[in-house]
Design a protein around this ligand. Structure first.
Ligand code: FAD
Length: 282
């Protein structure tokens, strides 16, 4: 089966050290050979990575022949700060932005926040920069952890599309049905933007469990039990993870997902293994 018409993208986070940054760039060069549609780089809510995200995006754009998209979140940043950053990106020729609300680190107040939800940020970006940017937003097939119910969450997602988002990337999940159900329900609300599944390769169980707890992604019992049983046998965890995630990706693409967005955690191997299992070639 060929998925040549599907779009693939990879996400990185900006690193704190020079060595980490060099590694990120090496990973990006390796992944660039597979001609993804874009790379994205996360942003620390409240601006904690403002400069590092900017510098990483600019270096990716300059040195690796793949368009780079910065993430931008609105909580903890003022309109003036967001306006300045948007102008810098626009002037530097960046064409795509991932627009988010963000999660402030505990203890950091909302004082600087003038925009409280991602739909406010999308509206702001459109008001400031017109149609310059392709705007990606976040979607939650298993519901955002703070959502009261699915109906509210769907309605809030629909607001982002109405405010001018062009497409969406989902939080990761391990249950393809949640994605298909989310897409079906959102289409019934008349929202037609592409919704690309976010894919988290499985490489380390304890980290994955911690992270999934925080972001509200459910690890199904049969996956969790098996990963627990492997204990610290990382080769078996990776082999099992690769098989399970590759199967889910195939199911998603066959079922109509427009592409896949990989949360690489700045590692090439796990995402590439899945991509190759899906028939992707350099
Ligand atoms: P929103 O769409 O604003 O939704 C947040 C919550 O508020 C939801 O419960 C929603 O139902 C509700 N809501 C939305 N709009 C309204 C409204 N108008 N009125 C009332 N309630 C509303 N975080 C970072 O800090 N940096 C990153 O780089 C980053 N990248 C991400 C990339 C992807 C693809 C994804 C899926 C998430 C990312 N996150 C990132 C995490 C994200 O910031 C958090 O999940 C955050 O809690 C919500 O962001 P959002 O943009 O989905 O918010």
């Amino acid at each position: 089966m060929s998925f040549a018409d599907k779009s693939f993208s990879f996400e990185f986070f900006p690193t704190k050290t020079e060595a980490g940054h060099e590694k990120l760039m090496a990973v990006a060069r390796q992944l660039a050979a597979y001609q993804p549609e874009f790379f994205s780089c996360t942003y620390g809510a409240g601006g904690s990575t403002r400069d590092r995200t900017f510098d990483t995006v600019m270096q990716l754009e300059r040195e690796v022949q793949v368009p780079a998209a910065p993430h931008l979140s609105c909580v903890g940043d003022s309109k003036a700060e967001l306006r300045q950053l948007l102008a810098q990106y626009r002037d530097a020729g960046i064409k795509r932005i991932v627009a988010l609300r963000g999660d402030l680190p505990s203890g950091m107040g909302m004082a600087a926040s003038e925009l409280r939800h991602a739909n406010d940020l999308v509206e702001f970006i459109r008001a400031e920069t017109g149609d310059h940017f392709h705007i990606e937003v976040a979607a939650y097939p298993e519901m955002h952890p703070q959502a009261r119910n699915l109906e509210d969450d769907l309605a809030h997602f629909a607001r982002k599309a109405k405010a001018g988002a062009d497409s969406a990337i989902t939080q990761y999940f391990f249950n393809a049905d949640s994605y298909f159900y989310f897409v079906e329900r959102i289409r019934k609300l008349g929202v037609e933007i592409p919704i690309v599944p976010g894919i988290m390769p499985i490489t380390n169980y304890s980290k994955l469990a911690r992270f999934s707890e925080a972001c509200g992604a459910e690890i199904p019992r049969w996956i969790r039990k098996q990963l627990e049983a492997y204990n610290d046998d990382s080769a078996s965890i990776q082999a099992f993870g690769e098989e399970v995630i590759s199967r889910m990706c195939e199911q998603l693409l066959v079922g109509g997902a427009p592409g896949l967005h990989f949360y690489t955690l700045n590692q090439a191997q796990a995402s590439l293994a899945i991509w190759k299992n899906l028939g992707g070639a350099a």
